[in-house]
Structures are given as structure tokens and as C-alpha cells.
Ligand binder design. Sequence first.
Ligand code: AMP
Length: 376
Amino acid sequence: MSNVILPGSTLGMLGSGQLGRMFAIAARRMGYRVHVFSPDKDSPTGQIADQEFVADYEELDAVREFANTVSVVSFEFENVPAITSQAAGEIVPVRPGGHVLHITQNRNREKSTLNEAGIPVTPFAPVHTVADLYQAVESLKTPGVLKTAGGGYDGKGQRIVESPSDALAMWDELGRQEANYEAFIEFQGECSLVAARGVGGEFKAYPLFENEHTNHILDVTMCPARVPQQVRDDAEQIARAIFEILDVVGVLCVEFFWTKDNQLLVNELAPRPHNSGHLTVDAHLTCQFEQQVRAICGLPLGSVRQHQPAAMVNLLGDLWEGGEPDWKSLCEHQTSKLHLYGKHEARVGRKMGHVTTLENDIETARTNALIARESL
Ligand code: AMP
């Protein structure tokens, strides 16, 4: 176990949003130091980290300077430029590795890799030309969803194509970038599975999460998911296979559509902790961020045992429209836990924080989480 990175060492984080922040909280609690690198100053992660390196991701000398101060580097968003992770990787391990970033940065690469390995994915076709687009619409029919291959999140870079005659206009709206056309799935629900894999291949999955989206943004997550046991087992088996295929060391989230005939289709991968896993901070023995620390440091993974059924609701910038939300009222809800990310500016649709509510059953947890948020 000579390659274990022990508490007292310094961990490097590329990206400085809420995921990095919660990673830094978990790491510091365990006695690690944390250095963060991003273009932003006084960022959500920087407020918690020991040292904040502020430079563009393409400033490779600055990236190397940062990497020289840490024992391992991880990231909190998958759009870190390949050259950045490469530059860091010449100095210290980057976990998950650059190959995982490369695949997950592009929807076509991601879906093709999974499809070729026999993993069930949403039926899709890559779109590079107008001819590709028409062929995709003809074979997969409408309605469908046209998504930019790179850079999209929370529904950004996506258009629903209602009829074949709309397709070109929708692609024009996306700037005719490389895209991915998908069949529209009339799903029963959306689920996600967060898991971790250690340096030696040890694998641990959280119980399946059930997700509700509003305007393409995650709104509510529940654990346990209200789905048949077979679906949970399938999700874990699919996720385990994906971790092996991609040789992931670290945390990764698999987002699924749960179809009306109880099949799971992979929608997308996030090679890092995920918004749907935030409830693990309060509801599980080891949260997804501590699991990320353990996995990238070569430590044994922690137990994923759940204390109580839990529901998480996101707090978006919209809540600030009438002034500062009423935090005191929220704190009167004794089974609800408030998390704020330290962002200076509240904008519509921006994730500012979340609330997790623990109760004896999942329906009550969901109801009370929504009531707690209403009180704001
Ligand atoms: P994504 O950015 O791909 O995760 O998409 C955001 C959300 O849009 C998903 O969580 C779904 O609610 C919806 N969505 C995306 N793709 C599809 C699809 N092929 N069929 C139905 N809904 C979709």
C-alpha cells in the first residue's frame, strides 16, 4: 500500500464550484489539505481550500505550478480542457484519468463507447452534417432531442425536435455544432447511480437515486428510489460494468431513464460526484465526497449504509428574486439540513444550495423537503 496518499497530504482540485467545495469540506475533515485551481477568485471551493490558484485552465505553467504542490489531482466538472489534465498528469496522478474525461466530454464518444460495449443507451445518432441530421431523424423518428456533443449541462445546448421539418432550424439554433440526435424517451422516471472505484479496483455503489427535473434542471432527489428491486439490481450491474470499461478511479454518476417496460437506458455519465448524490452528505455513513477522497487517495472505500430515507431539493437563484430567503424559517424544520455554496451572485437557474430532509419514509421526506423549501 505504498502508493496510499495519507491524511496530512495535499489534494488538488480542478474547478471551484459547489462540488469542489463539498470535496474540500470532506477532505479537510479527514485531515488533508486542499489546493484548488480555477479562473475564479473567492470561489465556493476557494473559501474552504487551503490555497486558491487563480488562472485560466490553458495557462499550463500555472497548472504545473499548482500540480507541484499536491499529491493527486481530481476535478469537479468534466469540461476541464484535455491539455490541463495532461499537464497536471505529467506531475501527479489525475483521478479519474484523462481518458475518462476525453470520453465523457463528448456525447457521441460516450454513447458510442457504451453502445459498443453492450451497455443499453438511449437510441442515438451522431450529427456532423445536414445529411446526418436528416438520416438521424428518419431512422429515429420525431419527437427527438438534438443535443450538442460537447459542453452542455442542465438542458443547455438541447432542442426538442417535434417534426422532421423543424430539425434543421433546431440545429441552426445550436450553431450547427457537432450534435447527437436521440429518440425521445417516454420514461416512467429518471434515476441515477453514484458509485466509486478505488485504485485497486474495489467498487462501492450507493443505493439508486430517483430524480425529478424541472426545466431540465434537477429539482428533487429521493433515496431509496421507488422502483422495483430488479431495476436497482440492473442499475448497479450496469454501473459496475461502466467503471470497468472506462477503468475509472474515483467517483462517477450514471444517469438513467427508467422506461415503461422497466428497462434502464443510460442517458449520460458524470465522472465526478453528482447533484443527485448530495443527500449522501446527511443520509449516508460515507458521503460521495469522502468517497471521492478515499478513492483518489488509494484508501479503502467507506460504507454506503443509509441512516434514514432522504429527499434533497435544490435551491436555485430564483429564490432570491424577492430578496434574501428566510433562512430562520427554514431552520425551524428540524429534520431538514441547509447547505449553501457561498456563491456571491444569485441568478435564475443557478444552483445556490440544497436542503436534505430525513424521515422514516420516503414520501414524508419528499413532502417535508418541499415544505421546508416553501418556507423560504
Ligand atoms: P441531459 O442534459 O442529457 O441530462 O438532459 C436533461 C434532461 O432533459 C434529462 O434529465 C431529461 O429530463 C430530459 N431529456 C434529455 N434527453 C431526453 C430524451 N432522449 N428523452 C426524453 N427526455 C430527455
